[in-house]
Design a protein around this ligand. Structure first.
Ligand code: GTP
Ligand code: MG
Length: 603
């Protein structure tokens, strides 16, 4: 049998936009073909016993020897064995193939989700994606496996059965099939309804998954605000809606089955009546009559399942659409195809006339900033000024709507993405840690790092102080998203991770906001040594952090309004000088308050 495909063999990228699922079905066409041939043969084998019975019954009337009756019985037994074997084989091959496709699709989905950019995740909902990657993928597998077998069997039995019946008696066949138009009409009615209802169910399921995921991830906030009951109530409401939608689906999903039963029953009744008369009148042999009814029974049996199968196909179609929707999303940040930049990377950064807009709202405009290789530049500005957005352009978390961002004189859009991101160590504003050991977390992206590198990274980030207090040091497991660490510890772990990269450019996006001033100063001092000759972009609010930078760029109203060193900016007495004075005032007031509190406590 075909060996399992390796996970690392995605389809050619040029075809990624078309229907990935169809491509896989075509890819496995020989396996599907083999399964279908076995299925057709099995079905024919299942329709042959009536013919044998027809002969046996007619022979019985003419008087028949015991041993030829045994021969007929033996033939029927052999047919049953052949049918069973072929059916088993076809089901196994087709189901197996559907599982292979499921496996490949899951792999493609994971790969694609990794390739999609920041902008996609701004709008995507985690629960929805999870629901598509689990429930919908399963529905796709079902329709490409068991449902496909059922559908094909019904089709083959239908065509072959009708041919057999026509062969026996054309008039009786037409009578038996008098309700066929009704069946077709009903099928199309149920088809649209089931599809619609299933879409509703899957959407609600996405919503439910999303709610649970958010509640679990945000359990601290839920508890801090004593919102457990409110959350339970709102979940119950969403769950109730889910039940309603599932019930509506069930109504249609199961509706066709009994209706088909009644219709086929009515058809059989007609055949018994008319055919019985024909036998009595001598227009039809007893054997033919028995065989005809036998085939009709097989046919009716299959037709009863039509409703079920049609519904399954509908569910599958919806699921295929939902999975394809994700797979077809083209990442807006694509790998650069230009000439690769000269190596080694020096770390010269230049923003030229950069503007950024989110959904038509301009966040940054006309930003011009040149950072010579090895310099330390601080971005200063109020919350929401656009500092994170500007720094993120460098690693292409998003692309500017106007202007360009260059690293070493080459537009970052021309850079191969992996090289670009290897060259810039970015410590994001919100430290994200994985539920793993501290060692795994800080060596993220550099599993081959040696002890000396761990030492350096933990020493400079001052994480080494905390490691002593943790039970297993570097090997301590830190819970989901690092819940067992303090805010400052998390930030320093994220810093250590970035330092491990030893990249030519380091971006610290408010990365020390939860660290006390004294430790922060120690960290910055240590950084000075390792960052000598490397470029640093520093985003911070505390002026104590900022003053060490070679150049400060003050962002206000979406653009850089002032630039210069700490002293120059103070002398200029502009925005920065105002921020500086306000912070000094605030610190002084805090100090005075602390003194009063202490004095009061001591008295
Ligand atoms: P602080 O981190 O609070 O100091 O602010 P910042 O200067 O880093 O601001 P940031 O660059 O994160 O955001 C600038 C503006 O862009 C804010 O008004 C945000 O609301 C907006 N913004 C940032 N990212 C997105 C995004 O992905 N989509 C949309 N629509 N708006 C965004
Ligand atoms: Mg920010």
């Amino acid at each position: 049998m075909t060996s399992a495909p390796e996970a690392g063999t995605p389809l050619p990228p040029g075809r990624a936009g078309s229907n990935r699922i169809l491509q896989y079905v075509l890819h496995y066409r020989w396996r599907y073909g083999g399964g279908m041939v076995a299925l057709i043969l099995a079905t024919i084998a299942s329709l042959l016993p009536p013919v044998v019975i027809q002969r046996a019954v007619d022979d019985l009337r003419d008087g028949i020897a015991m041993d030829s009756l045994a021969q007929y019985a033996g033939l029927i037994a052999i047919l049953a064995v052949v049918e069973g074997t072929l059916r088993y084989y076809s089901r196994m091959v087709v189901s197996g193939t559907s599982r292979m496709i499921e496996y490949r699709l899951r792999d493609d989905l994971a790969r694609h989700l990794m390739a999609l950019d920041h902008n996609y995740y701004v709008h995507a909902r985690t629960g929805d994606l999870m629901s598509r990657a689990t429930n919908d993928l399963q529905a796709v597998r079902d329709v490409l496996g068991p449902s496909l077998v059922d559908m094909s069997r019904i089709l083959v039995v239908g065509v072959a059965g009708i041919l057999f019946m026509l062969f026996i008696d054309v008039r009786l066949t037409l009578i038996a099939l008098v309700y066929l138009p009704v069946v077709i009409g009903l099928m199309s009615f149920f088809e649209t309804n089931v599809e619609h209802r299933f879409m509703e169910v899957q959407e609600q399921l996405s919503h439910l998954t999303d709610r649970s995921q958010e509640n679990i991830a945000g359990i601290r906030a839920v508890k801090a605000y004593a919102q457990e009951d409110a959350e339970i109530a709102s979940f119950a409401q969403a769950n109730e809606e889910m039940r309603g939608r599932a019930m509506r689906l069930a109504l249609y999903h199961s509706g066709l089955f009994p209706i088909m039963g009644v219709l086929t029953g009515a058809g059989t009744l007609l055949v018994l009546w008319v055919g019985g008369h024909d036998v009595v009148a001598g227009r039809m042999s007893m054997g033919e009559f028995v065989a005809f009814n036998f085939i009709l029974a097989v046919l009716a049996n299959q037709l009863m399942a039509v409703g079920w199968v049609v519904a399954m196909a509908q569910l599958g179609t919806v699921a295929i659409r939902r999975v394809n929707e994700v797979l077809r999303t083209v990442p807006s940040v694509l790998d650069g195809t230009g000439t690769p930049p000269p190596l080694p990377v020096r770390g010269e950064v230049e923003f030229t006339n950069v503007s950024v807009a989110f959904e038509g709202r301009e966040v940054l405009h006309d930003v011009n900033l040149r950072i010579p290789a090895g310099a330390t530049v601080a971005l200063v500005g109020g919350t929401g000024a656009g500092k994170t957005t500007l720094a993120g352009l460098l690693v292409r978390l998003s692309d500017p709507t106007g202007g360009s961002v260059c690293l070493d004189g080459v537009d970052v859009r021309e850079w191969p993405l992996p090289l670009l991101r290897d060259s810039v160590a970015f410590v994001p504003q919100e430290a994200f840690l994985f539920s793993d050991s501290i060692r795994e977390n800080i060596s993220y992206g550099r599993p081959e790092a040696g002890d000396a590198e761990y030492d350096l990274a933990t020493r400079i980030s001052r994480l080494s102080n905390d490691l002593k207090d943790l039970t297993d040091g570097l090997e301590t497991t830190i819970g989901e998203r690092g819940v067992t660490l303090s805010g400052g510890q998390k930030q320093r772990a994220a810093l250590a991770r970035a330092l491990m990269k030893q990249a030519p450019v380091l971006v610290l996006d408010d990365a020390l906001s939860h660290v006390d001033t004294q430790t922060e100063e120690q960290i910055l001092e240590g950084l000075n040594d390792v960052m000598a000759g490397r470029t640093t972009i520093l985003i911070a609010h505390r002026t104590s952090t900022l003053r060490s930078a070679d150049l400060l760029a003050i962002i206000e109203g979406g653009t850089i309004v002032e630039r210069g060193s700490h002293d120059e900016l103070l002398a200029a007495d502009g925005v920065y000088a105002r921020i500086y004075r306000e912070q000094l005032d605030a610190e002084r007031r805090a100090q005075e308050q602390a003194d009063i509190d202490l004095g009061g406590g001591g008295a």
